[in-house]
Design a protein around this ligand. Structure first.
Ligand SMILES: Nc1nc2c(ncn2[C@@H]2O[C@H](COP(=O)(O)OP(=O)(O)O)[C@@H](O)[C@H]2O)c(=O)[nH]1
Ligand SMILES: [Mg+2]
Length: 453
């Protein structure tokens, strides 16, 4: 497969850009959804991002890909920043300030994450043929603190999302020590990488550390179990199981992996290497996939908010009706009271009690509505219920349910934030629904066809 021509890439990007600008941005603005990707995002070198726990083997994997010992590796946490590695005729190490002004990378936007992040960025330019037309990004290991109290001084999940959106391939490494996904890893997988699974490669590294099939199976099972919780996909995600031929790792052929299929692990490592080399071709797919994902998430976001607004209006209407009925009844009661009192009939106290009861009912229901309204704003739980109400019909159909749930996982935070920021929303217009459908059903498939030519 040859790399796509720059003209083709440019043409597809321009079309995607027009759709974002003209069709989607207005809807995104009305519903407080995340802004459409900026123009600079898709330019720059094809990029491979490495993520994973501390000492899962990210730096070692980079060294393996490059065929040289470039990145420092070790069990102790060494790197607490992001290192971008690119090709250059003359080797040089540069700091974050140089990286964000580098014209080949178009990463000036990183500045918005603050000075602490910039001081944790590094650019390493090396002369290595494996790197031509490619950028590799080494990242700080994730910290599996139970209490989420890790403070890096910058918005780590946000930065990961920033890099992940621009990356063409993401390698996410796990190792036998932490096949679980807790704390930061879980949050990164569910939030920062939401909607990006088309470019995510999951790698279970260091399988040479297992001495029995049973241990391997148990750890692999635990990993998949945890992944299933973190990434709500319909099918089990594909996991590459492999190891790196680092010093101390058992080399293939030595035959002491106690019955584990070493050759197979070696092959899977090669497959990952090939995926990395395909990054330039993936760029085109990613432009189109990203447009598709963005539109789907936007549609869900707007649909859920629209549904909420509809519910509110219905509630308001029924409260209005109830209020009206109650007022009429009270008016009638007051009239009766007045006429009865004047004719010295009924006990005055009895009528006053009824009036008080009615007033209490009016106040009580107004308060109930207020509480309901607040709860919807405050609680995650009712957001899930809201989603289920908005998508009741689709969810009961079964087929797409898992997919919808997964998508909801990636939209929910956004809905919550939009509600906090704005409270009430306009209704979704028919024309807007039609426009998004057109993107998903006509324009994206057309772009895909064009991209594969
Ligand atoms: N046995 C074994 N050790 C590995 C493997 N991959 C990496 N290591 C070792 O694990 C340690 C941590 O690796 P490193 O690349 O620094 O992890 P990072 O924190 O994710 O960058 C180093 O001592 C590596 O030599 C592997 O597949 N098998
Ligand atoms: Mg490292």
């Amino acid at each position: 497969m040859t790399d796509p021509s720059p003209e083709l890439v440019e043409a597809i990007e321009a079309k995607a850009w027009t759709i974002y600008e003209e069709a989607l941005q207005p809807i995104a603005t009305r519903f407080e959804f995340e802004p459409v990707p900026s123009k600079s995002e898709t330019s720059g070198l094809p990029t491979v991002l490495l993520l994973g726990n501390h000492s899962a083997g990210k730096s070692s994997f980079i060294n393996f890909l490059l065929g040289e010992d470039l990145q420092r590796t070790g069990i102790a946490p060494i790197d607490d920043g992001f290192t971008v590695i690119t090709h250059a005729e003359k080797a040089a190490d540069k700091d974050g300030a140089a990286l964000i002004t580098n014209p080949d990378l178009a990463w000036g936007e990183l500045q918005r994450f603050g000075q602490t992040l910039v001081s944790h960025l590094k650019l390493r330019q090396i002369e290595n043929p494996a790197l031509r037309g490619l950028a590799l990004i080494d990242s700080p290991g994730m910290i599996d603190a139970i209490d989420d109290s890790v403070d890096r001084g910058y918005d780590f999940p946000g930065v990961v999302r920033w890099f992940a959106e621009r990356a063409d391939v993401i390698l996410f490494l796990f190792d036998p020590d932490k096949p679980g996904t807790t704390g930061e890893t879980l949050r990164i997988l569910t939030d920062s990488l939401a909607g990006l699974d088309h470019k995510l490669l999951l790698i279970f590294n260091k399988v040479d550390r297992f001495s029995t099939m049973r241990d391997f199976a148990r750890a692999y099972g635990a990993l998949c179990w945890n992944l299933g919780k973190a990434i709500p996909l319909k099918d089990l995600p594909h996991v590459y199981t492999t190891y790196l031929p680092v010093d101390g790792a058992r080399e293939s052929g030595s035959g002491d992996l106690a019955g584990l299929p070493v050759k197979d692990f070696d092959e899977q490592r090669e497959e990952v290497r090939q995926e990395v080399q395909r990054a330039p071709q993936r760029r085109l797919d990613n432009v189109v996939s990203r447009l598709y994902q963005y539109t789907r998430r936007l549609r869900m976001h707007a649909t859920v908010l629209d549904h909420l607004q509809g519910e509110r209006r219905r509630h308001q209407r029924s409260y209005l009706f109830l209020g009206l009925v109650i007022s009429l009844v009270s008016m009638f009661a007051l009239y009766m009271e007045w006429s009865l009192i004047s004719s010295e009939g009924w006990d005055r106290v009895q009528w006053t009690a009824i009036t008080a009861l009615i007033a209490g009912a009016v106040l009580g229901s107004a308060y109930g509505f207020y509480r309901w309204d607040r709860r919807v704003r405050d609680e995650n739980l009712s957001l899930d219920a809201l989603f289920e109400r908005a998508y009741r019909r689709q969810l009961t159909l079964g087929e797409a349910a898992d997919d919808l749930q997964g998508q909801w996982g990636s939209v929910k935070e956004r809905v919550k934030r939009a509600l906090e920021a704005q409270g009430t929303f306009p209704r979704l217009r028919r024309s807007e629904i039609k426009r998004m459908e057109k993107v998903l059903e006509t324009e994206v498939p057309e772009l895909r066809t064009e991209a594969s030519q």
